[in-house]
Design a binder for this molecule. Structure first.
Ligand SMILES: *[C@@H]1O[C@H](CO)[C@@H](O)[C@H](O)[C@H]1NC(C)=O
Ligand SMILES: *[C@@H]1O[C@H](CO)[C@@H](O)[C@H](O)[C@H]1NC(C)=O
Ligand SMILES: *[C@@H]1O[C@H](CO)[C@@H](O)[C@H](O)[C@H]1NC(C)=O
Ligand SMILES: *[C@@H]1O[C@H](CO)[C@@H](O)[C@H](O)[C@H]1NC(C)=O
Length: 829
């Protein structure tokens, strides 16, 4: 039954939705140090592990917590970083020796600064691991120096011992709220408050109560209107007692007004509650491990209830390994969940249950300081919210099938139409920064920028909206990446197709520029990227850069002239900066017979020069329904040994082109034909640079002309390419028939294969469910997994329909945010 449904699913799947991963492909890729997307780097020979970042209130200064040092840098508009001062803060030699003696790696013993916070207008507060014996200190900003204060020096409960342990800290009104482990071994987690004065006392969690279960702290946020601090972390979900070590993501809350109880819960939180954060689409396994989360302020004029939290989640289940998902939660939903019922823990059986009981108090409510012991006992036992916090629209905002995202930042950007768009910055595990805009039709990844080369274990992402930069802290240094570079897009079409809400086409200056710098009527269409609508300015000046190449009429102008001899293998290059564009070729008689030519991944085409293949070749790209000519070549038989200078298309960038050079002698078609055009060598040897050429420019001709010698080995690829060699060319039509037959057979094979793979996946989806925990048996927990699905509220609602979930896994959710209507997601189209 299931297999037949799979087969019926298969065909349309192949025919219609292939290339379904398209949308999560970043449109443009900028490799490290590429000129189109310059990145400022701060690093110094004596500064290491620059991972903790903090912006001053005016965002003119960036403070960096590094290894044995705290730095102050000035941050200029556009992201330039200049070192202002550096404080050394190293443990004494004796502590370092002790640390190594205790069996810790020497390289982990220095002082890694893990907490860096602004306390008041004149002071910062910092904590570091300090040779596995955490310490804290005040830092005065004028002059930039460490201030000793015995009361403030104890680092226990404020900073982890181990530099690889994750922690979180936030200051509110001069008090420090932290989530960290509070012991050397790292198994006493605590959420606590420090630096309290006056009527306030330092508070912490009672760690005997199971309030936290082996948590990994991620982040914290203060919401002034609620007077609450929220903590985000993942931990073992003890309420799911059917699975060992089932990880759940949590949001916990405490009130800033909390002062603890009088007898019960003395110096302990009376307002601590927690709830599960669910990032799951119906019928699928949850993305249960929180990686990072950021808050997005409500739009102007909206209430704080519309504050959003964008979280990155990965999965504990091996079927989803290597993928990550983005989910968004609203403060309103979070408040509703905390105001609802709470689960109850039976201390004898250690089982959680939901029993409707009379509530002497609402757990999590602020202002319980002088409540009765009875009330406080109730609060102490009831701290896990019964409901989970569901993402907006109960769906995932983005699923990245092949990137593990580790850090996130978000901002609202006003487009040319006045509508606000949500832009996300996502750092991938392997060092790329993705910039994505959330649209009604799904997420569009505008670009990806490589920011570091080695995967980094500890990293940090910070956004400065006034300075227009994203800051990335890593062990390799601190990078600042401008949020956009509109001038990279040279034509109106590219400017519009980018769908970057920062950028618009300046019709008077004929440049792609920041929306804010365009005085009137900027050309932009973030929602649809409709070039024909935005760029339909009349052609006044044919040399205008704003126009894409006009579709050439009969003839072959403007084009590059390519002189060849008969039986040469000709390779014509063509590439598009956009990875979303589809590149295809048209030959002298319209379509190019695919059995006489070879189109490569890089867009180039190779064919054998014969009397019938000479003529005009056009490379076209189609992106988002917009078609344009990227390059045009006129392939002619060489009349003399003199090489002709190519004529240029009007849109070609202004640069001088040396004449095309051709090399004689056979070069295997699958080797890169680098020796042919000298100028092209640079761009070819660095494929990345090549990719960065603006799509609109007519590519420099890389014309590979090779004369075949009589004795050689034919590689399979060559055979395909020069297949016509042994047969007269006039038999071309029979090839077409064969091609059709072969294509059909191939499609059938592909379908069969896909069915098998899908069945297989389905099988594995059901059977391979072991959590990633080391030593976990991959077999035994298939029932657990089904249980996990069933226990998830969304799955439960579907009432068993989970089992038929034969739809292919989502690659991209339809979830999106609409910037204008209160930022609630819209129904997917
Ligand atoms: C933006 O792109 C243009 C064109 O590629 C380049 O010249 C310029 O340096 C880039 N600017 C930045 C800040 O990356
Ligand atoms: C510090 O940086 C080095 C590389 O420079 C890295 O190998 C190490 O893991 C980093 N340590 C921490 C605690 O981040
Ligand atoms: C800021 O905090 C520090 C440390 O507690 C204190 O010494 C200083 O007086 C405070 N400054 C202001 C302006 O409150
Ligand atoms: C509760 O405590 C506040 C001070 O925190 C005090 O002013 C108030 O009188 C107390 N209320 C009761 C009923 O004890």
């Amino acid at each position: 039954m299931r297999s037949s449904s799979l087969i019926s699913v298969c065909l349309p799947f192949i025919l219609i939705t292939c290339g379904c991963h398209g949308n999560v492909t970043p449109r443009v890729t900028f490799p490290l140090h590429s000129p189109g997307r310059s990145v400022s780097v701060f690093s110094a020979d004596d500064v290491f592990n620059t991972t903790t970042l903090l912006l001053s209130k005016d965002e003119d200064t960036l403070f960096i917590g590094a290894r044995n040092a705290i730095l102050s840098l000035s941050l200029s508009q556009g992201g330039g970083l200049t070192l202002s001062s550096k404080l050394d803060w190293s443990p004494p030699e004796k502590d370092l020796t002790d640390c190594s003696m205790k069996g810790k790696e020497e390289m982990d013993c220095p002082n890694f600064v893990r907490v860096l916070q602004v306390v008041n207008s004149t002071h910062l507060y910092a904590c570091g691991t300090f040779a596995f014996s955490p310490r804290c200190t005040f830092i005065s900003s004028e002059p930039f120096s460490l201030v000793s204060s015995p009361k403030a020096e104890e680092g226990r409960g404020r900073c982890p011992y181990d530099p690889y342990q994750k922690n979180t800290a936030i200051t509110v009104d001069g008090e420090l709220y932290t989530g960290t482990v509070a012991d050397y071994r790292g198994n006493r987690p605590v959420i606590s408050r420090h630096l309290s004065e006056g009527g306030h006392v330092d508070l912490k969690l009672d760690d005997t109560l199971g309030w936290l279960e082996e948590p990994t702290f991620i982040s914290s946020a203060f919401i002034p209107s609620e007077e609450k601090v929220y903590f985000f972390f993942s931990e073992t979900g003890r309420e799911y007692d059917f699975i060992d070590k089932f990880t759940v993501s949590r949001i916990a809350q405490v009130c800033t007004s909390d002062v603890g109880g009088q007898r019960t819960l003395q110096r302990r939180w009376t307002t601590f509650t927690k709830a599960q954060l669910l990032c799951q689409s119906a019928g699928e396994l949850p993305y249960n491990v929180l990686q990072d989360i950021t808050s997005l302020q409500p739009p102007e004029g909206a209430t704080e209830d519309q504050t959003l939290f964008y979280g990155i989640f990965s999965s504990q289940w091996s079927v989803n390994s290597g993928r990550s998902a983005v989910c968004v939660f609203s403060l309103k939903t979070i408040k509703d969940v905390f105001a609802g019922n709470y689960k109850f823990l039976n201390r004898d059986t250690l089982k959680w249950s939901t029993k409707v009981q009379e509530k002497p108090a609402n757990p999590g409510e602020c202002g319980l300081h002088n409540a009765s012991d009875n009330t406080l006992r109730f609060v102490k036992e009831n701290f896990l919210a019964d409901q989970s916090v569901q993402p907006i629209n109960q769906e995932l905002t983005l699923v990245s099938p092949d990137h593990l995202y580790s850090n996130i930042a978000a901002q609202r950007v006003k487009g040319a139409n006045g509508k606000e768009y949500t832009v996300l910055y996502l750092l991938t595990e392997n060092g790329f920064l993705h910039k994505a805009v959330l649209l009604e039709k799904g997420t569009h990844i505008i670009e990806e920028i490589q920011v570091f080369t080695q995967p980094q274990r500890v990293r940090n992402l910070l956004l400065s909206i006034p300075k227009g930069v994203v800051l990335v802290g890593s062990s390799e240094g601190v990078l600042s990446v401008p949020v956009s570079n509109c001038s990279f897009y040279l034509s109106c079409a590219d400017c519009v197709l980018a769908r970057d809400p920062f950028c618009g086409w300046d019709r008077s200056k004929k440049t792609c520029a920041q929306i804010s710098s365009i005085t009137e009527n900027a050309g932009q269409d973030v929602d649809n990227g409709d070039v024909s609508e935005v760029c339909k300015t009349p052609v006044i000046n044919p040399r205008s850069r704003s126009m894409s190449l006009p579709t050439p009429a009969a003839g072959c102008l403007p084009s590059e002239l390519v002189s060849v001899s008969l039986n040469d293998v000709v390779r014509l290059p063509c590439s598009s900066t956009s990875r979303l564009a589809r590149v295809h070729w048209e030959g002298p008689n319209g379509h190019i017979s695919s059995n006489l030519s070879l189109q490569k991944e890089d867009g180039s085409i190779s064919f054998l020069a014969t009397a019938s293949t000479l003529g005009c070749y056009k490379c076209l790209s189609v992106e988002n329904g917009f078609s344009r000519v990227l390059a045009m070549y006129n392939v002619k038989q060489e009349s003399s040994t003199t090489l002709q200078t190519p004529t240029h298309a009007p849109t070609t960038q202004t640069h001088t082109t040396p004449p095309v050079q051709t090399t004689r002698g056979f070069i295997s078609p699958d080797t890169k034909l680098l020796t042919t055009a000298k100028r092209d060598r640079e761009t070819q040897t660095n494929p990345m640079t090549k990719e960065l050429q603006p799509t609109v420019s007519v590519q420099e001709p890389t014309v590979a002309v090779t004369r075949r010698k009589s004795s050689r080995n034919i590689t399979p690829e060559q055979r395909l390419e020069v297949g016509g060699e042994s047969q007269p060319l006039h038999r071309e039509p029979t090839y077409l028939k064969e091609l059709v037959v072969v294509s059909v057979l191939f499609a059938l094979c592909l379908c069969a294969l896909l069915t098998i793979i899908l069945l297989n996946l389905r099988q594995r989806f059901r059977s391979r469910t072991a959590p990633h925990s080391p030593g976990g048996s991959p077999r035994t927990s298939s029932s657990n997994e089904r249980e996990a699905l069933r226990h998830s509220p969304s799955a439960a609602k579907r009432n068993g329909s989970v089992q038929n979930g034969s739809k292919p896994p989502h690659t991209l959710s339809n979830g999106a945010l609409n910037g204008s209507n209160g930022h609630l997601p819209n129904t997917p189209i």
